[in-house]
Every structure is written in structure tokens, then in C-alpha cells.
Design a protein around this ligand. Structure first.
Ligand SMILES: NC(=O)c1ccc[n+]([C@@H]2O[C@H](COP(=O)([O-])OP(=O)(O)OC[C@H]3O[C@@H](n4cnc5c(N)ncnc54)[C@H](OP(=O)(O)O)[C@@H]3O)[C@@H](O)[C@H]2O)c1
Length: 281
């Protein structure tokens, strides 16, 4: 049976990536779960969710090692994202954290490297370090995570700040704060939004209104939550350590939400009516 192609999102440099990828938070934390985590990621890559989001923080490097196993023989098909912790965001810190991540991932270049969240290191220093890694070919591009409007404006005031490609933020049906201003600001600067915790770590999937919409259109709550994000032209990175969940999420690629369904979702999960600070997990 033909499987539907996963929709793509174009980054500012013209490279296109799958709009549905794979999260890895809480992977690599226990040896007992490792096999099924690797299998779940392999299944996702095979199903076209060929963008893996990881971080040096996850499992204290363990998640990157799980990703390394999942990438064996399929590295070229997959877009690999990792993140540097703010306490490693100095010039030397970024360079050595990146080398450690590459070693754990067993690859020689990251497709995207993100600052996980802002810390005390001046942004200009981190940006210079990212640019040096880009020139050296250790990363193809860089971005940020958990950056609110003020942070993006500060970033774009820096000489090389405009090379930022992605802002990875908390975004799902139940948390639409970025729609007030941040999403538009990012679009104007050609920064793609990557939506993390698209199921609110699973909590969203039990929501009555979401379940009702899903039942009416013969889909699962997870598929509706993902199709809604895809319709908003963002990249969603659901985490699923179980193959049945990966398969369920991959099937969201074929789900088109009608205008009537989108209106119903807007009623149940209203867009923001005022500015609020960026929500984070
Ligand atoms: N930049 C940041 O600060 C930041 C913060 C948080 C997350 N992230 C990234 O975003 C990724 C996703 O976010 P998240 O891990 O917080 O949570 P999430 O993707 O919103 O939810 C994950 C939970 O949903 C379950 N699940 C997945 N697919 C399902 C399905 N089809 N049906 C029912 N349950 C399903 C998973 O179960 P199983 O695992 O048991 O299959 C897991 O318990 C992370 O893994 C990480 O890569 C980034």
C-alpha cells in the first residue's frame, strides 16, 4: 500500500525538511528501554518522519546515543537536530559541546544546532561560536529554542543573528500564545517554527473536545493534534517510544482538516486574546 508523503517545510536556506519529525526527550535514560526506543525511531525514519530532535541534555547524552543506533545506514535520509545547554554556550563551550554531541551521534555534521534556552552567556558570543562551527562544516545551520519576542529582536540586532534558521518553542492546540506576536515575527525574519511537546507531553490527548473531533472524523486525537500543526506550516516533533504510537503519528500526514473542523478546534482551543510571556516546559 502506498503511504502518503509527509508534508515538507522549507527553511530559509531553501532546504526542505519533513513537517513531522521525532522527539527524543526521556530516551536513553534506561538500558531496559533502549531497544524499543531505537526501533521506534527506525520505524519513524522509515515512515518519513525523517527529522530527529535530540539534545546533549536528554538522558545526559544517552538520547544522542540512542539516535546514533537508529541512524545506522540511514543517516543520509535523516535531518538531525541537537541542542547545546546554556551553560555550555560560550565560544569554547559550544565548540566542545558540539564535538561531544557529534561523537555520541557518530556523525560528522549536525543539520541543525540549537541553543536550548537562554542563559547568562552573551548572545553575541554564542552566535559567533555557531558561525565558526558552520564555517568549519561541523553544523549545517543553527537556531534557538524558547526564544520570545524580545530575544528574537535582540538576536536580529546582531551582525550574524540573521543566520538563525529555527526557533523551537512549546506549541500545541492547548498552548497557542505564540500566535499573538512571536509566530509572525519569526515568519518575517524567515525563522521556521519547530513545535515541541505537540501533545503537551501526552496530556492534550485526553482532552474531551479533541477526542470528540477525532471520533467524528475517524482519526485519533494524536493525528488531529499533529494535522493541526502541519496546517499551520510548522515542524512538529512528537516523541513516541512505542512503534504503535509512531505509526499513529505517521498517519497524520494523510489527514486534512476541513475549514469546519479547524473552526471547531478554534472554538475549543481559542487563539490568544492578549500578549503573554512565552510558555516553556
Ligand atoms: N526545546 C525544548 O526546550 C524542548 C522541550 C520539550 C520537548 N522538546 C522536544 O520535543 C519533543 C516532544 O515533546 P515531549 O517529549 O515533551 O512530549 P510530546 O511529544 O508532546 O508527548 C510525548 C508523549 O505522548 C505519547 N504519545 C506519542 N504519540 C502518541 C500517540 N499517537 N498516541 C498516544 N500517545 C502518544 C508518548 O508515549 P510513548 O513515548 O510511550 O510512545 C509520550 O508519553 C521532545 O521529545 C523533545 O525532542 C524540546
Amino acid at each position: 500500500m502506498d503511504r502518503p508523503a509527509v508534508p515538507r517545510v522549507f527553511l530559509a536556506d531553501g532546504v526542505d525538511v519533513p513537517a513531522l519529525g521525532l522527539g527524543t526527550w526521556h530516551m536513553g535514560e534506561s538500558a531496559a528501554s533502549r531497544r524499543h526506543e531505537v526501533d521506534a525511531l527506525r520505524e519513524g525514519i522509515t515512515r518519513g518522519l525523517a527529522l530527529v530532535d535530540t539534545a546533549e541534555m536528554y538522558g545526559d547524552g544517552g538520547a544522542e546515543e540512542v539516535v546514533a543506533e537508529a541512524l545506522e545506514g540511514v543517516r543520509e535520509q535523516c535531518f538531525v537536530v541537537s541542542k547545546v545547554l546554556p551553560q555550555h554556550a560560550s565560544a569554547r563551550g559550544v565548540a566542545s559541546a558540539c564535538e561531544r554531541s557529534l561523537a555520541r551521534l557518530r556523525i560528522d555534521r549536525l543539520d541543525l544546532y540549537l541553543l536550548h534556552w537562554r542563559g547568562s552567556v552573551p548572545l553575541a558570543e554564542t552566535v559567533r561560536a555557531f558561525e565558526a562551527l558552520r564555517r568549519d562544516g561541523r553544523i549545517a545551520r543553527w537556531g534557538v529554542s524558547n526564544f520570545d519576542v524580545d530575544d528574537i529582536e535582540e538576536l536580529f540586532a546582531l551582525p550574524e543573528g540573521r543566520h538563525c534558521t529555527v526557533n523551537q518553542v512549546l506549541y500545541h492546540l492547548g498552548e497557542r500564545g505564540i500566535e499573538w506576536a512571536l509566530a509572525d515575527l519569526c515568519r518575517r525574519h524567515r525563522i521556521s517554527i519547530m513545535a515541541y511537546s505537540p501533545f503537551d507531553e501526552g496530556r492534550l490527548l485526553g482532552h474531551r473536545a479533541l477526542r470528540a473531533v477525532a471520533a467524528r472524523i475517524h482519526a485519533t486525537p494524536a493525528q488531529v493534534a499533529l494535522a493541526w500543526l502541519v496546517a499551520r506550516k510548522v515542524i512538529a516533533i512528537p516523541k513516541a517510544a512505542h512503534i504503535r504510537h509512531v505509526d499513529d503519528n505517521a498517519a497524520a500526514a494523510a489527514l486534512h482538516l476541513s475549514d469546519a473542523t479547524l473552526r471547531e478546534l478554534d472554538n475549543a482551543f481559542p487563539p490568544p486574546s492578549r500578549a503573554t510571556p512565552l510558555a516553556m516546559i
